[in-house]
Design a protein around this ligand. Structure first.
Ligand SMILES: N=C(N)NCC[C@H]1O[C@@H](n2cnc3c(N)ncnc32)[C@H](O)[C@@H]1O
Length: 389
């Protein structure tokens, strides 16, 4: 955040002793703590704020309306977990399970009604847990399902579990970084040889065109009310600095075959691996069009407990039934025409935010190698997208 001597800054948070999160006339950003002196009626938050922002995070999940109904209404997601329980019901007999971040408890209820585990610990940190206890009682699952209100990292269980099931995936797979809680719970509570559901996860990427989104954002500035606002259309960078969540890409806008760029093995993944995850890609353009950027989504696998059994997969991509996550669009600043036979190669890096632990920045670097002789041999691009800090 730029400021001058004498400016009065409103300090919102002090995520670290060196850098504070402050505001100056509506603009918010980091300031070097060593350059300011406290004083005056700022709303200075003297307590160190929580970099996990748990208060607002769990409050947001405490209300029934928005998030839990959205997840319950997501049939693709909910039925995938239901299918996992059904297809493993024999193996689940007499097993001890943990449902981490159970929300309404729907997965735990599936376990109790579609299989015969000896116990399911339904762990939920938000106030939703009060509802969950009622739902378990209402569905006569009290003997099997035990609802524990608290953070999975902090609750105590009487013993280890055979199966750790969780629906932890966020936008772009990792946003919210609930996956860290799942790994900590795995290391603390999962028996040797126990089952992780999901067992693996992958972030998928594809180069795409996004004509309607681009023109929706850009054409407005050409002749609004008959006036020439084209200088403002240079502000397009503003529109495209952040990824667009909940974007539903039309499969015909994929310019190539999508590919998995980051794979996570939930048995071996470590928390420290989450700080920075790298992926590489090489796409062959299989249709001519305009390259506007990349679209990302994820898929997760639930390996079978039966030897040789088939895994259940939940794919949130454009070729599957839409989910509440939809897809995430990363718009480059400059559309480029591409032709069949061209290739786009490059890398993606997910940098976890060192201060705001539920956030990350997605950095994309790419080269467009034209197949036609005359065009310039290669156009490079690079862009970083904060999600959201
Ligand atoms: N992106 C998602 N799948 N979000 C689902 C998150 C659900 O898990 C709950 N939750 C998230 N992290 C935790 C945790 N560490 N411990 C317990 N519940 C959690 C949260 O309150 C919500 O009900």
């Amino acid at each position: 955040l730029a400021f001058a001597n004498g400016d009065r800054l409103l300090v919102h948070a002090k995520p670290s002793s060196d850098w504070w999160w402050a505001e100056l006339s509506g603009v918010i950003g980091y300031i070097p703590a060593s350059h300011v002196c406290p004083g005056g009626a700022t709303e200075e938050d003297t307590s160190m704020p929580d970099p996990w922002q748990d208060e607002e995070y769990f409050d947001s999940y405490g209300t029934l309306q928005k998030l839990h109904l959205e997840m319950l209404a997501d049939r693709s997601r909910t039925e995938a977990y239901r299918q996992v329980i059904i297809s493993n019901s024999a193996s689940l007999k007499d097993k001890v399970m943990m449902d981490l971040g159970c929300g309404t408890g729907i997965i735990s209820l599936f376990c109790a009604q579609l299989a015969q585990p000896s116990m399911v610990y339904a762990v939920e940190a938000s106030s939703m847990a009060e509802y969950t206890k009622k739902l378990v009682k209402q569905n006569n699952c009290e003997e099997v399902v035990s609802v524990l209100q608290g953070r999975a990292e902090e609750i105590e269980l009487p013993g280890q579990v055979d199966v750790l099931v969780s629906e932890w995936m966020g936008n772009c797979l990792l946003f919210e970084f609930m996956v860290e809680s799942v790994l900590l719970a795995r290391d603390r509570w999962l028996k040797e040889g126990g089952v992780m559901w999901p067992s693996s996860a992958a972030l998928t990427l594809v180069p795409c065109q996004a004509d309607s989104y681009f023109s929706e954002k850009m054409h407005f500035w050409e002749r609004p009310y008959g006036l020439d606002f084209t200088p403002l259309s240079l502000a397009q960078q503003e529109f495209f600095t952040k990824p667009k969540f909940s974007y539903l890409i039309d499969p015909t806008d994929c310019l190539s075959t999508p590919c998995d760029v980051i794979q996570l093995d939930m048995y071996t993944l470590q928390v420290k691996d989450l700080e920075e995850m790298h992926g590489h890609f090489q796409f062959w353009i299989d249709r001519s069009g305009t390259f506007h950027g990349f679209t990302a989504w994820f898929n997760v696998d639930f390996k079978s407990m039966e030897p040789g059994g088939t895994a259940v997969q939940l794919d949130t991509g454009p070729h599957s039934r839409p989910t509440h996550w939809k897809q995430t669009l990363f718009m480059s600043d400059r559309p480029v025409s591409v032709h069949e036979g061209d290739s786009i190669s490059g890398s993606i890096v997910l940098h976890r935010n060192p201060v705001w632990r539920r956030h990350m920045t997605v950095s994309l670097h790419w080269n467009i190698n034209s197949s036609s002789k005359d065009a310039s041999s290669c156009q490079a691009g690079t862009k970083s997208f904060p999600m959201w800090r």
